[in-house]
Structures are given as structure tokens and as C-alpha cells.
Design a binder for this molecule. Structure first.
Ligand code: FPP
Length: 254
């Protein structure tokens, strides 16, 4: 009889993506399908965040970045924005213990000055309390958009030029990367988006130039460990060429 292997056993641990970025989409539809308010979907999405973070850390992934609140999300009805902010406050403070138990460091990218002061305070406390953790970094993208981050980097670079600390000739891709929100965060090898939408919606625009995209039909609150494993297995079956030919990769090891 054929052995019925668990999905996790088919993952090649030597070829894991170091950084996985995730667009958590479909909370609203998930709630509506159940005749509930959209915020019920956001609340239910927290369990998916827990499972995904735990699964990634257990496998040995070093960074995950979760798109939790986009710049555009500020345009949602005030009730929903308030509920999401409240959920973030409660969730972040509740999860500190689990993050510490799993040796996960919480970090953030985005325009956090725009956040509700209470969210900012909880976030800063949680980042401080988890700052010594070393197994995996979990980045929350909050009040974030890729274009905003690029504009922010341009401003930082222009200031350095104006102050005479930088010459025009020194501006290159490496320098732009170094002026992103988290310069030590490597580009993601894999980006997952749930809910069957085929867009990247202004997420990590600079960093995803060569990222493999995986679209799951699952709505975010239904996303579980096996769904993460499936995305990683799919990623491992792809050939990443970075503009080279297959032959170059086989003969010259990239
Ligand atoms: C997108 O679904 C989801 C969001 C805008 C919020 C994501 C937030 C969470 C999962 C909860 C808290 C997370 C953390 C990290 C503490 P949508 O509302 O756009 O769904 P729809 O496309 O079906 O309308």
C-alpha cells in the first residue's frame, strides 16, 4: 500500500524560503457568507495568523510579513477601521506570551505615526517585550503601502544628498533597499495572497521584483498550516531564473 505522506514531510527543509509575505484577504466575504458583520471575519482571521506564524517558525522560515492594514484601508467605513484598530490592540497584547513562547520577534513596517495612539503604544510595548527573540521575525505591515514606502525612501535619500552626506553617483539599488523601512528584511522569495484575487495591491512593491506569487482560493479565516505547506511545496517546484536561461542555472549554478 502507498504510504500516505503528510504534506509537511514533502517539504525540502534545505530549500525553504527565508522570507514569506502574505496578503491576508477575504475576511469580509467569509463573514458575509455566514450572515455576519465584516468584523467577525477579521476576528476569525486572528486564528489563521497564529497558525501561519507557528507553522512558519516550526519549519525554520526566518521572516514573515503580514499585510494587516493598508494605506487604502483608511478609506473603509469608520466603524470597520475602528473595529480593526481595536482588534489590533487586543490581539497584539494578547499574543505577546505566545510570541515569546515561540521565540518570535514582532516588528512593523508602515506609517505607524498615523496609527491610533493606543495601537502604537501596544505595538511598541509588544516589540520591546519580544525584541530578544531570535527564531523568526514577524513583521506586521500597518498603515502600509509599497508606493508610500518608496516615497519615504526617496525622501530619506534626498535629505542625505541635500546635507552633503551622499553623492548622486552613490544612488543605486542597494542604497534604495537600505532606505526601506526595514533594511535588514530580505526580499521575499514567496508571496501568498488568499481569497482568489490575482493582484499584489501595493504590497512590498520594491521587494517583490523577483518574488514567486502563490494565489490561494481559501478565504483568510480558513487558511491553516496545510495551506502554508501547500504554498511552500508549490514554490519548491518552481525554477527561479532571475532573468537567466535554464541552461545557465543548471551549468553554472546561477
Ligand atoms: C482583508 O480582508 C483583511 C484585512 C484588511 C485585515 C487583516 C486583519 C486581520 C487578519 C486581523 C488581525 C491581524 C493581526 C496580524 C493581529 P477584507 O476585509 O479585504 O476581505 P474582503 O476582500 O472579503 O472584503
Amino acid at each position: 500500500m502507498m504510504e500516505n505522506k503528510n504534506l509537511i514531510d514533502t517539504i525540502d527543509r534545505t530549500r525553504l524560503p527565508k522570507h514569506i509575505a502574505i496578503i491576508m484577504d477575504g475576511n469580509g466575504r467569509w463573514a458575509q457568507q455566514r450572515g455576519e458583520e465584516r468584523v467577525f471575519g477579521h476576528n476569525s482571521g486572528v486564528q489563521s495568523v497564529r497558525e501561519t506564524a507557528e507553522a512558519a517558525a516550526e519549519l525554520g522560515v526566518k521572516f514573515i510579513t503580514l499585510y494587516a492594514f493598508s494605506t487604502e484601508n483608511w478609506n473603509r467605513p469608520k466603524d470597520e477601521v475602528d473595529a480593526l484598530m481595536q482588534l489590533l490592540v487586543v490581539t497584539i497584547s494578547n499574543e505577546v506570551k505566545t510570541l515569546n513562547d515561540n521565540n518570535i520577534r514582532l516588528r512593523v513596517i508602515g506609517n505607524i505615526h498615523c496609527l491610533d495612539p493606543q495601537v502604537k503604544k501596544e505595538l511598541e510595548e509588544a516589540m520591546e517585550k519580544t525584541s530578544g527573540n531570535t527564531r523568526m521575525d514577524m513583521f506586521l505591515a500597518l498603515s502600509y503601502s509599497g508606493r508610500w514606502e518608496i516615497v519615504d525612501a526617496i525622501k530619506k535619500i534626498v535629505i542625505q544628498v541635500k546635507e552633503g552626506k551622499l553623492e548622486l553617483e552613490q544612488i543605486n539599488e542597494k542604497l534604495v533597499s537600505a532606505n526601506m523601512n526595514a533594511p535588514d528584511l530580505p526580499d521575499p522569495e514567496l508571496l501568498i495572497r488568499t481569497s482568489g484575487e490575482y493582484r499584489t495591491s501595493n504590497f512590498l512593491m520594491w521587494q517583490t521584483a523577483y518574488t514567486e506569487l502563490f494565489f490561494s482560493s481559501k478565504l483568510w479565516p480558513d487558511f491553516r498550516k496545510d495551506d502554508l505547506y501547500e504554498a511552500i511545496i508549490d514554490f519548491q517546484h518552481r525554477e527561479r531564473r532571475f532573468g537567466k536561461t535554464s541552461e545557465q542555472i543548471i551549468n553554472c549554478k546561477g
